[in-house]
Design a protein around this ligand. Structure first.
Ligand SMILES: [Fe+2]
Ligand SMILES: [Fe+2]
Length: 501
């Protein structure tokens, strides 16, 4: 049995491995908390462990239980995420970096200057909104537990700050997730840092009303530091995100934007070396983006995946029709060799993308976008030449599409190529082409490993017809006249004739 595309045995091993990684991460977190306790009271930190033993014990047990909560959440909600140890390490790194930054700002700037929303920002863009919301809840408890059971804030004056830490972390993080989830630019993320300051400053002012009566300067400065903490959270998230994107090869909306910029290195190379493939990819991107929007998928990822789906053709661009002019290399080689060159562009694309450290999601789609489909043209050529041919030698090597976006790219790619090759591009003909493309792939079992539904395939087909009909719409015939210098209309043939004399 397979769960989320992972065989049962592999899933069990993955969960055990992740539990061990969680254990190691827990020990690292305890080590950091120990260092923090020592720094807080360098001369007599041993007192913390000897005189009031219940506090360190409460801290150790509470942090352990919170780590268990995170593990169980992923185990039941997203086991496919959990079985990859890299995801566990990423989640822990976001947690640790956020705790360390909050500690440093709280200890050396001001308790209210802590960038509490940095965790929510990082989790949102690296793990997604659903996980970010839950993890921010756990992070808020973690901050509260750390404040309560360490010697970070021993003075009684700061009790309000300690007890407001859960509220502040929760409010800052939740607002950060909702306000920045539609941010498509780094500027948008920065702006949401300013907006989340409003609710958290209100919390600070409410929790410190007693202070207003005897020290209004501290009261106002607490609000000022809180505002500073929110903006700093956004700035820090912006600075740290590229490190995580690169270190864990993770996709964020910002990275997708950069990858689809016309200045992206591989796209510049594709435009120069294989202009036909580049233009084809642009249209596939337009189709795939519309289809992704229509079925509620990640349209940014669909667009990026379409841009890069054929980069494997860069190895031998002249072997692909869209880059050829008069000379066709396939006229001089056997159909078997031709098919071999054509089908290797999926594997070559995957290797090129991985070598250039592009996100694995995009590389996987490049490898899957022809599934195990036959290369009909060269199979037919081989049969005509030798009377017989093994279809296996004329089929792509797979794997089959594993995601709905991968299925979208497979269909959009074929629909674009078939429409371009057709002399008749009327809406009726385009509709027929798109239907044939989808039905042929269903008959050949190309969607068996992805969770695309019949209803979604129908929506994809309808979207493709609409967009392709727009791309290849019928153009009005221009009248055959020109205007001379006196701005008088002259029939085109007549004017051409007069110019030739
Ligand atoms: Fe391709
Ligand atoms: Fe293609």
């Amino acid at each position: 049995m397979k769960i989320a595309g992972i065989p049962a045995g592999e899933r069990k091993n993955g969960l055990i491995r992740s539990a061990l990684v969680f254990g190691a991460c827990y020990l690292v977190m305890l080590a950091f908390l120990f260092i923090a306790v020592v720094i807080n009271d360098v001369s007599s930190w041993t007192v913390y462990f000897t005189e009031n033993f219940s506090e360190p014990l409460s801290l150790i047990v509470s942090v352990f239980l919170l780590f268990c909560v995170i593990y169980f959440y992923f185990m039941f909600d997203d086991p496919a995420f959990l079985v990859k140890a890299g995801n566990v390490v990423l989640t822990f790194c976001i947690l640790l970096v956020s705790v360390v930054l909050c500690y440093l700002f709280g200890r050396f700037v001001h308790i209210y200057a802590r960038p509490l929303a940095v965790f929510a920002f990082l989790a949102l863009f690296l793990l997604g909104r659903r996980h970010a919301l839950f993890l921010n809840f756990v992070f808020s408890f973690l901050m509260f537990v750390i404040d309560l059971f360490t010697n970070t804030f021993p003075t009684s004056e700061l009790n309000n700050a300690i007890y407001s830490s859960f509220m502040l972390s929760f409010i800052s993080g939740t607002f950060a997730v909702f306000l920045s989830s539609s941010a498509k630019t780094r500027g948008g993320l920065l702006l949401s840092g300013v907006f989340i300051a409003v609710p958290t400053v209100i919390v600070v002012l409410l929790f410190n009303i007693p202070e207003l009566t005897y020290n209004w300067i501290d009261y106002v400065s607490a609000a000022g530091f809180r505002m500073f903490g929110c903006v700093v959270a956004a700035v820090l998230a912006l600075s740290i995100l590229p490190v995580f994107e690169w270190g864990f090869n993770k996709l964020t909306v910002f990275r997708l934007r950069e990858l689809t910029s016309t200045n992206a290195a591989l796209l510049v190379h594709l435009k120069k070396e294989a202009p036909g493939t580049f233009n084809h990819s642009l249209i596939v991107a337009q189709l795939a983006e519309s289809c992704a929007v229509a079925i509620g998928e990640n349209s940014e990822l669909a667009r990026a995946a379409a841009y890069y789906h054929d980069v494997g053709k860069l190895k031998q661009p002249e072997c692909f029709t869209e880059n050829q002019t008069d000379y066709n290399v396939h006229d001089e080689i056997t159909p078997e060799l031709s098919a071999d060159i054509i089908r290797s562009h999926t594997k070559d694309g995957y290797e090129l993308l991985m070598a250039n450290r592009l996100p694995k999601e995009i590389a996987d789609i490049a490898r899957e976008h022809h599934g195990t489909l036959p290369i009909k043209y060269f199979y037919d050529k081989a049969v005509r030449y030798s009377g017989d041919a093994d279809i296996k030698d004329f089929s792509y090597l797979g794997p089959l599409p594993h995601s709905r976006i991968s299925a979208i790219i497979m269909i959009s790619d074929a629909a674009e190529a078939a429409t371009r090759a057709s002399a008749d591009r009327s809406p009726e003909r385009v509709e027929r082409i798109c239907r044939d493309v989808i039905e042929e792939r269903m008959d050949l079992g190309q969607f068996e490993e992805c969770d695309v539904t019949m209803k979604e395939l129908s929506v994809i087909k309808q979207t493709l017809v609409e967009v392709l009909s727009g791309v290849h719409h019928h153009r009005v015939q221009y009248p055959a006249i020109r205007f001379n210098r006196d701005r008088q209309a002259v029939p085109k043939e007549e004017e051409d004739e007069s110019r030739s004399h």
